[in-house]
Ligand binder design. Structure first.
Ligand code: PLP
Length: 467
């Protein structure tokens, strides 16, 4: 399979190179040139399969040429072996026609493990085959960093650096990054905000000489492999509810637009998805863009669902690319507007196409609390604030279209956010057994000033990819 940059000025690449590149050299994101077309028989044949077996079938056409079937099967089985639920992604019913797909049974308790556990193994395998090392750089507001550090810790071919804003991640999230004891993974506390971390990462990627010198690679959801691994659970969830015979909708707690974009690709591949509902907190740029047609960031507000406190959703560029009929000139023009004016208008034919597949619901802070309390009261389930935003959005979608079942994605385990969950339900969820001693483990804290040179110097001194 070949991949194209959304901005059309970087070379077409195969899967292995896209995996290592992360961001395209022209600043665009890689997207598949053509999508596999799933027939109803193929979807039906997923019924009753174990999660890794479904994953192999969904991913195989995308990775063809990079891995043979035996490699793909071994790597995929291994990636999901560490999940602590026999079903990997169990589907639970919450209300009439309302379901939650629990995506938080992986090692770091958020859905990010689904993609990161697979991506780390895939990257290490490509690097080993090529006899190379890589330096992987990413920014996190908490969950991505924890998932990446867990997935890459101890791998032989990659050194991982994760920038997080000092003092702005939860204790659980910080300790998941700093108390690993693995020498190839580095959590760097930047004296700034998440936006500063992300800016430093982007600047270092844009410095092509540094990028080549360090063999930089990325694991944020700009990396296509993240999206790919997430397409799988849309198939698994829909099949559990009767696809291809029955349509379903999905409500997805959204920040950087990676997770819901995977649902869009699943729909384009033939999965019968009626609506994709973008669930946002008060940082509602995507809901505003859908209703008014203007993509215009505002100041980020801190909420109970911090992993969605994002204003610039990188993956929206991939959706614009697909809905424009893969038109890189148009994407370049929109992105030029965005860097000049800080906003852009979505051309109306593209907006109409987006509206045909997507809805958007904004759940405010009070609505999030009401939903956590209601689900606990009515079904005894404790859900985290991010998942609650998905469930709240799903209820609104059901009110408009009661006949189609809605699956809300459960994106994090409640024990990751014990304070807001405890306030809403009166129950303070405990960490699962494998993390019970997290608060006693020894941390290695590295603090760096808020500028790219201090990060570049730190990488040069410690990374092994230079040789
Ligand atoms: C990352 C994250 C999200 C947002 O996902 P995107 O792919 O960035 O839209 C939602 N909930 C949780 C718990 C997360 O960690």
């Amino acid at each position: 399979m070949q991949y194209l940059s959304t901005r059309g000025q970087a070379p077409k690449l195969g899967f292995a190179d896209v995996l290592l590149a992360g961001l395209a050299r022209d600043g665009g994101l890689y997207a598949p040139a053509v999508l596999p077309d799933w027939r109803p028989e193929g979807i039906r044949a997923l019924r009753g399969l174990a999660y890794p077996d479904s994953a192999i079938r969904v991913m195989e056409p995308f990775t063809a040429g990079a891995f043979d079937n035996t490699e793909l099967a071994a790597m995929t089985a291994d990636a999901y072996a560490g999940f602590r639920h026999a079903a990997t992604a169990p589907l639970v019913q919450i209300d009439a026609n309302l379901f939650a797909l629990e995506l938080f049974h992986g090692p770091t308790l958020a859905f990010k493990d689904f993609a990161m556990q697979w991506l780390a193994r895939a990257m290490n395998r490509v690097l080993r085959t090529r006899g190379m090392r890589a330096t992987i750089l990413g920014a996190t507001s908490g969950d991505t960093g924890a998932a990446a550090i867990e997935a890459f810790g101890g791998l032989s071919r990659a050194d991982l650096y994760i920038l997080y804003p000092q003092g702005r991640v939860s204790d659980v999230q910080r300790r998941q990054m700093t108390a690993t004891g693995k020498p190839n993974v580095h959590a760097l506390a930047i004296q700034g905000t998440f936006d500063d971390c992300q800016r430093i990462v982007k600047e270092l990627f844009a410095d092509l000489a540094f990028r080549d010198e360090m063999r930089l690679s990325g694991v944020n959801s700009i990396n296509w492999a993240r999206i790919l691994a997430q397409i799988v659970y849309y198939f698994v969830g829909a099949v559990a509810l009767g696809a291809p015979e029955r349509q379903v909708s999905f409500a997805v707690p959204t920040g950087n637009f990676g997770d819901i974009l995977a649902g869009y690709y699943a729909k384009r591949m033939g999965l019968p998805v009626e609506r994709l509902i973008i669930a946002t907190n008060v940082n509602d740029i995507l809901a505003r863009a859908l209703s008014g047609g203007r993509y215009e960031p505002r100041t980020v507000k801190a909420t109970q669902s911090p992993s969605m406190d994002i204003q610039v959703s990188s993956n929206f560029e991939r959706l614009l690319f697909e809905c424009s009929g893969q038109h890189p000139e148009l994407i370049r023009a929109l992105m030029a507007d965005f860097s000049r004016d800080g906003s852009f208008t979505i051309p109306s034919p593209i907006l109409e196409r987006i509206r045909a597949d997507f809805g958007a619901e904004r759940i405010d802070e009070a609505g999030c609390v009401v939903e956590m309390a209601r689900v606990y009261r009515e079904s005894g389930l404790i859900i985290d604030p991010h998942s609650a935003i998905g469930v709240g959005a799903a209820r609104r979608a059901l009110a408009a279209s009661p006949a189609t079942p809605v699956i809300a994605l459960g994106t994090a385990h409640p024990a990751k956010f014990p304070d807001p969950v405890g306030r809403a339900t009166g129950v303070r969820p405990a960490l699962p057994a494998h993390l019970a001693d997290l608060m006693d483990r020894e941390e290695t804290i590295v603090v760096l000033p808020n500028n790219r040179n201090s990060v570049a110097d730190y990488l040069r001194q410690t990374a092994r990819a230079l040789a």
